[in-house]
Design a protein around this ligand. Structure first.
Ligand code: AOS
Ligand code: ZN
Ligand code: ZN
Length: 387
């Protein structure tokens, strides 16, 4: 790839940020509140707009319903536009009501299954109002004990709800099915892995695609293989990027394992799936429990940019030649040369080309925004988990 093509790709890159990253969050042990946290969906969008203002590549905000419920979603969309961003994916929430103790769409009780499906369909109505293209489905459904419920019947119930939701989608709308190995269910999860998600999506049709949340696998899983496979099948709809040391830690992407992020981005580049019109949506799904939230999002976006820049710098011709020649060490060396490149000067130039400060973290810190919201927003509510 020429240097111009690398720069063009980096300028055109798009990363979607989650509204819930700006509110207070925590673990089951403690939620630490921070000064200036948003009190409303509008304030979450305003904070997200800061991330875009300083990075230039994050103009899309994911909403989570009901955490971000407002009376007029079209108006919220206009507000987002005024802030310089737009509303992206609508994330469903069928995991927070007492009713969902035994599951949502796979619950043995048909009344609760109907309630859960009603929420999914309502989220498509919201997509119509916001102009969103993607509906994200993550189900906490599963069981804690062997024998607790019938694994196979739960798959039937899941398939039924997915089919009804799929039917409701408009021509330009997609549903993105996210899998997760465990948590909150500890014995069996109804959508535990990419194979299960893929099989359901395949049956549903083209508008159903798989989401890879990078924190949702068993330790040691080769995530880039899943990326390569799903891309080859045209079934990779989106990422939830974050990083983890142990389980679903939801830490900043690229913090735990920047090399893994590079390997993932290399498969993206290899499949020409970086382009915003490729059908792959690059979202962050993170919680900043102890660190300041807006800078943590800026840092995360920068981490994705750095991994992407390195992936774009892989010498494809040299790599193919080494692979064809069976030159194991040569091929590995080509990949590592790209990974070992310091791409920060290149990204500083890309930002300058976009008319931005080359150092987003420092520029945000200087802007005074953090001090302003801390003074203006008194009585911030916990947003996201537990809201
Ligand atoms: C849950 O573990 C999943 O990662 C979800 O994508 C997401 O975190 C949830 O919808 C709440 O933010
Ligand atoms: Zn996720
Ligand atoms: Zn998760």
């Amino acid at each position: 790839m020429t240097e111009t093509a690398v720069r063009d790709a980096l300028r055109a890159q798009r990363i979607e940020v989650p509204s819930w990253a700006y509110g207070n969050s925590g673990t089951r042990f403690k939620v630490f509140s921070q000064p200036g946290v948003p009190r409303t969906p509008e304030e979450k969008i305003a904070d997200a707009a800061q991330v875009h203002a300083f990075t230039g590549v994050a103009p899309i905000v994911s909403l989570h319903i009901p955490w971000d419920r407002v009376d007029d979603f079209a108006k919220l969309g206009s507000y987002a536009a005024e802030q310089g961003v737009r509303i992206g994916t609508i994330n469903t929430n069928v995991f927070q009501d007492d009713d969902y103790r035994l599951g949502s769409v796979t619950n043995p009780d048909p009344r609760i299954r109907r309630k859960a499906l009603g929420h999914l369909l309502e989220c498509v109505d919201i997509m119509d109002a916001t102009g969103s293209a993607d509906l994200k489905l993550w189900f906490s459904d599963g069981t804690n004990y062997p024998g607790q419920d019938d694994i196979r019947a739960r798959q039937d119930r899941l398939a039924e709800a997915l089919a009804a939701t799929y039917e409701r989608l408009g021509d330009d709308q997609r549903m993105l099915l996210e899998y997760k190995l465990f948590e909150p269910a500890f014995y069996m999860t109804d959508v535990p892995d990419w194979g299960t998600a893929y099989a359901h999506c395949l049956k549903l049709g083209e508008k159903a695609q798989v989401v890879i949340d990078t924190g949702h696998h068993a330790p040691g899983t080769n995530i880039e293989f899943i990326v390569a496979f799903l891309l080859r099948e045209g079934k990779l709809g989106a990422f939830d990027f974050n990083s983890r040391f142990y389980a679903d830690d939801d830490l900043m992407v690229g913090a735990a394992d920047p090399f893994q992020l590079f390997r993932i981005m290399y498969e993206i580049v290899r499949a020409d799936a970086l382009r915003p019109d490729s059908g792959v949506n690059f979202m962050l799904d993170q919680c900043h429990n102890i660190e300041p939230k807006i800078p943590a999002q800026i840092r995360s976006v920068m981490n994705v940019q750095e991994a992407t820049a390195k992936a774009l710098l892989v010498d494809a011709e040299a790599l193919a030649a080494a692979q064809t020649a069976g030159d194991v060490l040569g091929a590995n060396g080509v990949l590592m040369d790209a990974y070992d490149t310091d791409v920060r000067p290149l990204l500083r130039e890309v930002r300058a080309d976009l008319g931005l400060d080359p150092e987003p973290m420092a520029a945000y810190a200087r802007s005074g925004y953090a001090q302003r919201i801390a003074a203006e927003r008194v009585g911030g509510q916990q947003a996201g988990w537990g809201a």
